[in-house]
Write a protein that binds this ligand. Structure first.
Ligand code: NAD
Length: 249
């Protein structure tokens, strides 16, 4: 079903991992796709299979206000103004709090959370004008589990949840919803890199889940597709765990 016919979607972190799978699903839903990532997103462009007038990639550091402004200008002039913002770009280096430097703390906050500030500042005005919009960010169920060595990450992902709860309140009158998704540990390129030396963490995740199989990027995309759709217009300010039954709110 082409539930997102001609909607313009900006997906951050779309070059790989969850973002890449999200781009493919929303393209199949009928959306036009703008991919914002530090990395080259040619593989995602090919995977989406859209004509050149319906997709673009922009090299962009989501923690930079200037890069986000340049992204907005290109999206507006090429695809039209953003209807749906999906913020998936994020980093998740582990580090025990004793060893955590303020530099790493700030780095994680700037990529995971400051980015949401810049993105929302850039794209909400266009949504307000249209009186319709969807803001969806990928948080994490670690906000609820609070595992060790992730204070910086969990705090940044909790910040995303808090931000979206307030965005929901402030922009409901403009037909804009704001929600977060809280995935389980998912075998993406990023997870494989960060946890290369800690493979036991993937087994531990299975113990926590009711559904005893590893999460895949494909498990997340349905939730994004639904929250982006017209059908989800009365759902806002929520965090949806997509985690095989690990967290029950
Ligand atoms: N994979 C998991 O286990 C898991 C679980 C819960 C939540 N998450 C969250 O899901 C999101 C996606 O994770 P993933 O597993 O797909 O990771 P990934 O590393 O596979 O993909 C992340 C993408 O974000 C991009 N990115 C990173 N920093 C950027 C920056 N400053 N500017 C622009 N792009 C940047 C990367 O280049 C990459 O393409 C992250 O926010 C992560 O915190 C992941």
């Amino acid at each position: 079903m082409r539930t997102l016919n001609d909607k313009v979607v900006v997906v951050t972190g779309g070059a790989r991992g969850l973002g890449k799978a999200i781009c493919k699903r929303l393209a199949d839903d009928g959306a036009k796709i703008a991919i914002a990532d530090l990395l080259d997103a040619s593989e995602t462009m090919a995977l989406c299979g859209l004509s050149r007038d319906r997709i673009l990639q922009k090299k962009c550091d989501v923690s930079s206000a200037e890069d986000i402004e340049a992204l907005k200008v290109e999206v507006n002039s090429t695809l039209g103004s953003c209807d749906i913002l999906v913020h998936s770009a994020g980093i998740f280096p582990t580090c025990p709090f004793d060893e955590l430097t303020f530099e790493l703390w700030r780095k994680v906050f700037s990529v995971n959370l400051d980015s949401a500030f810049h993105l929302c500042k850039a794209f909400i005005p266009g949504m307000k004008e249209k009186k319709w919009g969807r803001i969806i960010s990928i948080s994490s169920n670690t906000f609820y589990i609070a595992p060790p060595a992730l204070a910086h990450y969990v705090a940044s992902k909790g910040g995303l949840i808090g931000l979206h709860r307030v965005l929901a309140a402030e922009y409901a009158e403009f037909g804009i919803t704001a929600n977060t998704i809280a995935p389980m540990l998912t075998r993406t390129e990023g997870a494989e890199e960060y946890f290369a030396q800690q493979q036991e963490i993937f087994d531990m995740a299975l113990e926590w889940q009711d559904i005893k199989r590893p999460a895949e990027a494909a498990d997340i995309v349905g939730a994004v597709s639904f929250l982006a759709s017209e059908d989800a217009g009365f759902i806002t300010g929520q965090t949806l765990p997509v985690d095989g039954g690990t967290v029950k709110l």
